[in-house]
Design a protein around this ligand. Structure first.
Ligand SMILES: Cc1cc2nc3c(=O)[nH]c(=O)nc-3n(C[C@H](O)[C@H](O)[C@H](O)COP(=O)(O)OP(=O)(O)OC[C@H]3O[C@@H](n4cnc5c(N)ncnc54)[C@H](O)[C@@H]3O)c2cc1C
Length: 262
């Protein structure tokens, strides 16, 4: 099994983190149990001392059609998936045009935009834990808003094949992105509490635009923590905890992180 040295201040979408060794898993490798599996690090905030990490390698970067299913490998990036479904006139995954990640990360987070979620079209997942490989139908996996309860590493997903790529939806998703800050971020930091919006709450407690060092709650979208230059983990964590405390104090609401802090 190979190990790759990754500089997370470059690799992660929020551009925070240090250099860490990451095990790269290819087909035929036994997947170790202990390390934390990462994908494209679009939803991660890495501390200077993260736990041992692993990722899927190029053997899992694949996409094909078999019968009435679309089969995608765990390391395949959303950009590649989007290009494929567009080229082959496949419906249902248009929202990936504006959603960064790898198939494994998208499934683990049940990523999506509003009612469009990766689980909607899913048929089944292949998950490996240690040496045990299991194929599970979607209904056997507990999932909901930005989570899927899985024990192991997703190496493949199968989706229903439906004809009719809808280009007008891509335009719709682009418009929904209009209020997204251009600076490096990990997307929304907190999940929206039921019936409310984390961004609204952060703004209501006066933290929209609040900056500490080079990290700030965006002045464009308050639930985005943005890196304005050389942002550090400690600054990000301070702002996250500050928002949780203030929102709890003022609204009795416990904000829950959508991002994973490692
Ligand atoms: C600008 C921006 C906008 C975003 N907008 C949205 C949005 O609108 N909607 C949305 O849902 N998300 C959004 N995100 C968050 C991000 O795109 C998703 O969470 C995406 O699914 C992360 O994929 P990843 O491969 O980068 O996973 P990572 O960030 O690397 O990991 C995320 C989680 O997935 C798990 N994971 C990764 N690979 C595997 C695997 N093979 N098997 C099992 N578990 C795995 C990790 O353990 C971790 O828990 C946004 C992010 C950014 C930077």
């Amino acid at each position: 099994m190979q190990t790759k040295s990754i500089d997370f201040s470059k690799y992660s979408s929020i551009k925070v983190g240090s250099i860490a060794d990451v095990m790269v898993i290819e087909k035929g490798d036994t997947i170790p149990q202990e390390p934390y599996i990462i994908g494209g690090a679009n939803n991660l905030l890495l501390s200077p001392h993260p736990p041992p990490l692993m990722m899927l390698g190029k053997d899992f970067d694949s996409i094909s059609v078999e019968g009435n299913e679309l089969i995608i490998g765990g390391a395949t990036k959303s950009g590649r998936i989007f290009s494929f479904v567009k080229k082959h006139n496949i419906a249902g995954l248009e929202f990936l045009s504006h959603l960064p990640g790898t198939l494994g990360g998208l499934v683990a987070m049940n990523a999506g935009l509003k009612s469009y979620e990766i689980f909607n079209l899913l048929n089944s997942l292949t998950i490996i834990k240690g040496e045990i490989k299991t194929s599970l139908p979607k209904d056997a996996i507990r999932h909901g808003y930005r989570y899927a309860s899985m024990d192991g590493v997703v190496i493949e997903a199968r989706f229903k094949l439906r004809e009719g790529f809808d280009a007008s939806l891509v335009e719709h998703f682009r418009a929904m992105r209009a209020n997204q800050p251009p600076q490096p971020s990990a997307g929304s930091v907190f999940k929206n509490p039921q019936g409310d919006y984390a961004g609204r709450l952060i703004e209501a407690v006066g933290l929209k635009g609040k900056r500490v060092g080079d990290m700030a709650w965006s002045s464009i979208h308050a639930n985005f923590l943005v890196n304005l230059g050389k942002g550090r983990f400690e600054e990000a964590l301070y702002l996250i905890n500050l928002a949780k405390e203030r929102v709890k104090e003022e609204f009795e609401i416990e904000l829950k992180e959508e991002i994973k802090i490692l």
